[in-house]
Design a protein around this ligand. Sequence first.
Ligand code: ZN
Length: 212
Amino acid sequence: MDDSCFLFCYANHEMKIIGFTMQSFKNLPDGYALIREIDAFKNKHDFTRINLYAFIVFGAMMLMLIKTPFEIPHLTDTWFDMVLFSILISIAILIYMVLHEVVHGIFIYLTSGEKPSFGIKLPYAFAASPVYFDKRSYIVIALAPIVLFGIMLCWFNIIVPTEWFWFVYILQIINLSGSMGDVYVFGIVLRLPSDTLAYDTGTQMQFYSKKV
Ligand SMILES: [Zn+2]
């Protein structure tokens, strides 16, 4: 890759953003051994933690609903409005869930050059790729949706008319609480050795390092 490239560039399965290089490998390089595994289905500890964090974030944000300077005028004045609000918010949540995975997928593609695959294993939806990502790219892939949508929804919350405040706020609750799996993975990867490679099949993540 061209060394003069600084802000953003991409070549040969290597992405560079603001001086940071991100790499991925099709095969596990020699000398690497499995050091950690996360499996939300097989491992009760991972599953409980992820759902506990999601519940805490969800609960904390719902508390805001109790005492607030913002009313929900007009959107829920009548039964018709309420039904309409429910339908609209359900559609918006579904669209959010798809876009969340698409953002993971875009970053998988940018860092590896590989087309991501998408799937659903209730209660999780996922984007995955049979590639070994270095620590930095894996963190970017994991946190991209919560950060991007977090900032975007915050901005929407400021610019939309007051009556739409809660509509956007509910989407933010879904964004933050629904991304706790990503945040949980980030917390674990952060503490792993710097040479860690991550292999993610969607609901199961394996981490390899030479420093065992
Ligand atoms: Zn995610």
